[in-house]
Design a protein around this ligand. Structure first.
Ligand code: LIP
Length: 265
């Protein structure tokens, strides 16, 4: 069955790439470069990890499309596209904080078919195939089942551009009394997997990219979460909300109704 083959490849590549990145860090980071802003860093480890994944995919799945955070953008002919985040949580990676992962998802026209998120520092490997449930190190996982937003632990994050961070922090300040507390891990993929296994009740963020969410959003949904965008349509990288079912709409309504003062860009 193709989905099983694709899941197996996601698992194998996520682990091999994550272990490569961990070795690369131990060998020394070198001097990070910057991308969209002075705080949006990229290291030689990010680039070599993406190259490892891309080389393997070009061997195993030569007709598939490839999109990676560090610049890979190959149009395929098979109808499948791989979304590759070699190191999600790059700032954590640079600082020696263990909250980073390799995230690999493969999608067809109907969305993500299979995905894997591997955290080398903890040895945790999250994965899912469409319609087949989600696992952590091979054991089935499920969302928390939270029913009250006011009692929910909510994950979120902030963009690299100052104008985005200003708006996101102003919005959060207006919301934060409406739920238990927030957590900011620094990795969207880790936050989505945290929802999948009940470490968070919900997660929302905007200004992401396909590679940040492709694997984690499938893993969360296969674990019983529901997802949407801030307007109630299908989740997408520009704005995503993922939560235990009873909490999703109350959180989405709160996000959508939080008016940002005109002073915020
Ligand atoms: C990160 C995202 C995270 C966001 C960070 C950063 P990166 O991706 O996964 O959710 O809040 O600002 O964008 O840059 O570490 O791959």
């Amino acid at each position: 069955m193709l989905d099983t083959q694709l899941l197996r490849l996601c698992l194998e590549l996520a682990r091999a790439a994550g272990d490569h990145a961990a070795r690369c860090r131990r060998a020394g980071l070198g001097t990070p470069d910057h991308k969209s802003s002075a705080t949006d860093v990229v290291t030689a480890c990010d680039r070599s990890t993406e190259s490892l994944i891309v080389e393997r995919l070009r061997e195993e799945r030569p007709d598939d499309g490839l999109r990676g955070e560090e610049g890979t953008d190959t149009v395929g002919t098979s109808g499948f596209v791989w979304h590759i985040d070699p190191i999600d949580g790059t700032t954590n990676f640079v600082y020696g904080n263990p909250n980073w992962c390799t995230s690999i998802g493969v999608a067809d026209a109907d969305g993500t078919v299979a995905g894997a998120v591997y955290l080398p520092e903890s040895g945790e490997l999250f994965s899912a195939a469409r319609g087949a449930g989600a696992t952590l190190n091979g054991i089935a996982i499920s969302v928390s089942g939270a029913t009250e937003l006011s009692q929910s632990l909510v994950g979120t994050g902030f963009g690299y551009r100052a104008e985005h961070r200003q708006m996101q922090s102003t919005r959060l300040a207006a919301m934060i009394t409406e739920f238990r507390d927030i957590r900011r891990s620094g990795s969207a993929a880790i936050d989505l997997c945290a929802v999948a296994c009940g470490r968070l009740d919900a997660y929302f963020e905007d200004f992401l990219h396909p590679w940040d969410i492709a694997a984690g959003e499938l893993i969360a949904r296969e674990a019983g979460a529901q997802s949407c965008n801030f307007s109630g349509g299908p989740a997408h990288p520009e704005d995503i909300v993922v939560a235990s079912p009873a909490v999703l709409e109350p959180l989405r309504v709160l996000i959508a109704s939080t008016v940002i003062p005109r002073s915020a860009p």
